[in-house]
Design a binder for this molecule. Structure first.
Ligand SMILES: O=C(O)C(=O)C[C@H](O)[C@H](O)COP(=O)(O)O
Length: 343
């Protein structure tokens, strides 16, 4: 049975429903046509230490874990950097070994660390991830009151966006704390004032929200302010109670977004601007090692290709490829490719 980039095993029915070729009317966002690589991508978020189980079983039963670095926005920064793009990363870490490890990670990956704030009063967050042979691993977070949860509007209001082509925000930042939620709104307002393209990945993390309705209403509001929204099919269902890619695309467009790219599980990805739409099939891989990080890889692949003036079909093709490659490793970001591999 084939496995797909997002880790689900595809049933024969999925394969029959899926397509093998690009379908629909391809289109491109006019912002990036004719002037490739005209700026960097700015991300703000929480970097964490990640402890991945060495063997299968419940997190409470596993005794051995291996340490690495994670964080949705950081994964996208790593992906963009590997693909030859410039990414600005704004984050807070604690004055502790995890914070030092994250700092070293940025340096080793050639990522600008000038906007990394070391907070002596709060600790760096961390997470555990289980090992599975099938499906999505379990995760558990220790990030309440973390250094990154102290991110606030002052961290973003004064940012110089003159060299920024895209601000990419995820739905995780506003879930961290009230000040981080205010920072998310402030960053969106700043990007809009400066006419910077705003990309938003809803990245639902129910465990971090007070309740499901606050999560849904906040993420619908943030999605309405973005130029481009990148929901997974399950996220679209959760936010708008509709289930097909077409209905999800329409719901986000009606809500205010200009472009929507829906990640359609084991089948592929779909883009629409409300008038045109195009569907690209996913890549099939023989074995999935770990699904976590595939969505962030998808975002890095998509944004890098759009910055190089790709159409949505071309950008989603690269995005699916990068997501597929990231499923081939245990780490959340070590599978992210360099340009030669991504072609
Ligand atoms: O920052 C968080 O909240 C995390 O959970 C860190 C995870 O490494 C990524 O966010 C993976 O997310 P996907 O690429 O959607 O699988």
């Amino acid at each position: 049975m084939p496995a797909h980039y997002n880790g689900d095993e595809a049933t024969d029915e999925d394969v029959a429903k899926g397509i093998s070729e690009v379908q629909g009317q391809d289109f491109a966002p006019q912002e990036f046509q004719g002037c490739p690589r005209q700026g960097s991508v700015l991300l703000v978020g929480e970097p964490m230490a990640l402890f991945t189980a060495e063997c299968t079983g419940s997190l409470q039963d596993v005794n051995e874990f291996s340490a690495s670095i994670a964080g949705a926005e950081l994964n996208v920064v790593v992906g963009l950097t590997r693909l030859g793009h410039q990414a600005q990363y704004v984050a807070h870490v604690g004055q502790d070994p995890f914070g030092i490890k994250i700092h070293h990670f940025l340096q080793q990956h050639g990522i600008d660390d000038s906007a990394l704030t070391v907070d002596p009063h709060h600790s760096t967050g961390f997470m555990l991830k289980s090992k599975v042979t099938k499906g999505d691993p379990a995760t558990a977070y220790w990030r309440s009151g973390s250094a990154a949860s102290a991110i606030n509007p002052q961290d973003v209001e004064g940012l110089d966006l003159s060299g920024t082509a895209i601000v990419h925000i995820t739905g995780i930042l506003p879930a961290l704390s009230a000040s981080a939620a205010a920072a998310t709104q402030a960053l969106m307002a700043h990007a809009r004032r400066e006419h910077v393209f705003l990309s938003f990945d809803p990245n639902l993390r129910p465990a971090l929200w007070e309740n499901a309705e606050t999560m849904r209403s906040t993420l619908r509001d943030l999605s309405s302010q973005a130029d481009l929204v990148l929901p997974g099919i399950g996220e679209g269902e959760e936010l708008f109670s509709v289930s097909s890619v077409e209905e999800i695309g329409k719901a986000f467009i009606d809500n205010g977004a200009r472009y929507v790219v829906v990640k359609d599980g084991p089948r592929g990805a779909y883009a629409t601007d409300g008038k045109r739409s195009v569907y690209v099939p996913a890549f099939v891989v023989s074995t999935i090692v770990d699904t976590v990080g595939a969505g962030d890889g998808f975002a890095a692949g998509l944004l890098s290709a759009l910055l190089e003036s790709a159409s949505f079909a071309g950008a989603m093709d690269r995005a699916c490829a990068v997501g597929a490659m990231q499923t081939q490793v245990v780490s959340d970001n070590e599978g992210l490719p360099t340009p030669n591999l991504a072609k």
